[in-house]
Design a protein around this ligand. Structure first.
Ligand SMILES: [Zn+2]
Length: 278
């Protein structure tokens, strides 16, 4: 990572002209599938697009996906969807997205999470064309090595010097699983084998994804926080245990060669409805 922290919290240039970041609970829920009001979700997504466009100096229209804990990679083109298409329905069923070339990469990609590992990636072809990608790596995504699938597609699109960033996700000290599951996942990805802070079997998904990327020669930055421990982000497991609202934040990446960092500390401040409008 180049370390050029932008005006928006959690947004950084991960490769020259490629910007990535993570929203948080203050931005509000960005998923249609968690029981939230669809109009409110759509409004938050639109506000985020506008905010990112203003930040990055390019037209942003983040592409989302219908995530199913698999390893399917979908390719996103550069066209903007007509308004009549329902964004809650008309998205690819996949757990990773790739966009190659200026118009497609500039549109931007999003991955929704609330404990699973959001992975954002960027690189360039030998001609300097940006190739960006996102991946959703939960326990099943780690077992299926979804990051290897998406990196293969990025490289097939010509990407070199791929940089990756992992966003807030449940840590190995919190993600308790049955001993048999730790054994089977750990047999496949040894770095996943972990123990909770209270001494029971656990999985360390961020460590596993970092190791899977390292095997591909890709260094990863992050995550900077554990979703279960830090209420600034949504956590599915924390929501199930208590009164925390269910929601999803996103990791996003977009090519914006002319973006100029300025300071702004409240991503999503234009959110019209807060976390969950009543
Ligand atoms: Zn934790």
């Amino acid at each position: 990572m180049n370390g050029q922290v932008a005006r928006m919290r959690n947004v950084a240039q991960i490769s020259p002209g490629i910007w990535a970041g993570f929203t948080d609970a203050a931005t509000g829920n960005l998923a249609f599938h968690v029981g939230d009001e669809a109009a409110a979700v759509a409004a938050r997504r639109t506000a985020l697009n506008h905010e990112l466009a203003a930040l990055l100096g390019t037209d942003v229209n983040l592409a989302y996906m219908n995530q199913v804990h698999g390893s399917t990679v979908a390719h996103v083109g550069g066209g903007h969807r007509p308004a009549r298409i329902n964004p809650a329905v008309d998205v690819p069923t996949a757990d990773a997205l790739v966009a190659a070339g200026g118009p497609a990469a500039g549109r931007g990609l999003a991955v929704m999470v609330a404990d699973c590992v959001p992975v954002v990636l960027g690189g360039h072809s030998s001609l300097g064309e940006p190739v960006v990608a996102v991946a959703h790596a939960g326990r099943q995504g780690v077992e299926l090595n979804v990051v290897a699938a998406v990196v293969a597609q990025m490289r097939a699109a010509g990407a070199r010097n791929i940089a990756a960033q992992l966003g807030p996700s449940v840590c190995g000290g919190c993600y308790e699983v049955p001993a048999a599951l730790r054994r089977s996942v750990g047999a496949r990805v040894p770095e996943a084998f972990a123990t909770t802070s209270w001494g029971t079997p656990a999985l360390d998904l961020p460590a596993a994804v970092t190791a899977q990327l390292a095997q591909l020669g890709i260094g990863a930055v992050g995550p900077q926080a554990c979703t279960m421990e830090d209420p600034r982000w949504f956590s599915h497991r924390r929501s199930q245990r208590g009164a925390w609202p269910e929601g999803r934040f996103i990791g996003f990446v977009a090519a914006a060669p002319h973006a100029r960092p300025i300071r702004q500390d409240n991503l999503g401040s234009t959110d019209p409805g807060g976390l969950f409008p009543s």
